[in-house]
Design a protein around this ligand. Structure first.
Ligand code: SF4
Length: 470
């Protein structure tokens, strides 16, 4: 096929559940491609000599290579090509914000729509599952050295995966009752079905990784206890689960005020959380979108998103924003909450103020500036701030870690070693809230460092995986 013909193929849109139907349940919204559509989409790839898409992928997947295998119908080989660099393509293909990563760097995006790389990756994963192919990799003979991993999110899973396949005896300690960290309690099922997380769990168990849920390090046992139990190195991948507060009057102690990640965690662990019919969600990222769409599915019928900038500046993925609006959530842009109104300790509404956009700030986005005298009130039963998350430091009990001014662990940027020699850290508790792929890559870097540390080698020489997000 000539390049001109490839350029003429439009981006293939996946089928989706009807909005009126899907807000009644948590079924996955987006269907995967069928074979014909996947190959058609794969044929849009130009197989660039300098594939910029790879630069945009946090884990450096060889994207043109797996796309070429897909269009040659070598689906199994395509899947294993991805697995050369990625521990969890099933998760990343569904939850990564591809438009800001690989697809955002695809040359076809310069004059039209980029190749749907995430959907093609997902096709290969789903093909393997549908055709009951083996997804496991060989594990090496045990080296009889123990590593503790604190947190079972993408960074922890990645560390355990690599070290277990190198023969180390890994145990993951998860404080929640379920495996998967933020994947399990921060991403609703309609975006990430639970059997996908289950597949990651089986891959780890297959290589002998022990998973201990319901144990909080720093509370049930300390890091020093782990060392005394024979764990020679520890990886901290506890994520960033503490909701950042709005800091406005009425936020504390008022019935009807919940925070984004807390709300998602409670709903996704099966709790029935009554937030009423009229709900205001504050924020413009994926957590805010997930909260609003979850609230709809749980029966709230009047859900607003309040965002202080314009829609173009929302950090959430465009597909998520599109789905949100299709489902009937209204985005109140250029507005911020300033006070929560209450009656007898219960919220009755939220006072907001209009904003306008000024000069760009450090993030490159235009700074929101208050429009004096533009106050207005939205009557609501609940407000759910979802404006970002901080790192909780429960695990640190009895230890003195160096922290950054953001409250994240300060680590060596090349090795991810913390200020405590035998403890490494990566993912959101180092980067702040970030994508699953970045956490997966951090896991890969940390696994190499831990292995070198355990074998008494220099941590910085002959590194396979230079850390690229620090
Ligand atoms: Fe294909 Fe886009 Fe990557 Fe080029 S940049 S190889 S077109 S996916």
């Amino acid at each position: 096929m000539k390049a001109k013909e490839r350029m003429a193929i439009p981006r293939q849109q996946p089928r989706e559940l009807d909005p009126a139907e899907r807000i009644k349940n948590f079924k996955e919204v987006t269907f995967g491609y069928d074979e014909e559509t996947a190959i058609l989409e794969a044929n849009r790839c130009l197989q660039c000599k300098k594939p910029t898409c790879i630069d945009g992928c946090p884990i450096g997947n060889d994207i043109p290579a797996f796309i070429q295998l897909l269009r040659d119908k070598k689906f199994e080989e395509g899947y294993w090509k991805i697995r050369e660099t990625s521990t969890m393509p099933a998760v990343c293909s569904r939850v990564c914000p591809h438009e800001f990563q690989c697809e955002g760097s695809c040359v076809r995006g310069k004059k039209g729509d980029p190749v749907a790389i995430g959907m093609l990756e997902r096709y290969l994963v789903d093909w393997m599952v549908l055709n009951k192919k083996n997804l496991f990799m060989d594990c090496k003979i045990s080296r009889k050295k123990k590593v503790a991993i604190v947190g079972s999110g993408p960074a922890g899973i990645s560390v355990a995966f690599y070290l277990a396949h190198e023969g180390y005896d890994c145990t993951i300690f998860e404080s929640l009752p379920v495996f998967g960290g933020m994947l399990a309690v921060g991403i609703p099922h309609y975006r990430l079905p639970r059997d996908i997380i289950g597949a990651e769990l089986y891959a780890l168990k297959n290589c002998g990784v022990e998973i201990v849920t319901g144990v909080t390090i720093g509370q049930d046992k300390t890091l020093e206890d782990l060392r005394n139990e024979g764990f020679e190195a520890v990886f901290l991948g506890v994520g960033a689960h503490a909701s950042r507060k709005l800091g406005i009057e009425g936020e504390e102690g008022t019935e009807g005020v919940l925070h984004g990640v807390d709300y998602l965690r409670r709903v996704l662990t099966g709790e029935d959380v009554d937030i009423g019919r009229n709900v205001v969600v504050v924020g413009g990222g994926n957590v805010a979108i997930d909260v609003a769409r979850t609230a709809l599915r749980k029966g709230s019928d009047n859900v607003f998103i309040l965002y202080r900038r314009s829609k173009e500046e929302m950090p959430a993925s465009k597909a998520e924003i599109h789905h949100l609006e299709e489902e009937g959530v209204r985005i109140e842009m250029l507005a911020a909450p300033i006070k929560i109104h209450t009656e007898n300790g219960r919220m009755t509404g939220v006072e907001c103020i209009r904003m306008e956009l000024g000069e760009p700030d450090d993030s490159g986005r235009r700074r929101p500036v208050v429009k004096e005298g533009s106050n207005f009130i939205i009557k609501a039963d609940s407000i759910i701030p979802a404006i970002s998350q901080n790192v909780e430091h429960k695990a640190d009990k009895g230890m003195e870690f160096k922290l950054t001014s953001w409250g994240t662990y300060e680590v060596d940027p090349d090795t991810l070693q913390t200020s405590v020699e035998w403890i490494f850290a990566g993912g959101d508790n180092v980067l702040g809230p970030q994508t699953a792929a970045k956490a997966v890559y951090h896991g890969k870097v940390a696994a190499e460092s831990i292995q070198r540390y355990l074998e008494g080698e220099s941590l910085t020489e002959c590194r396979k995986f230079p850390c690229k997000f620090m």
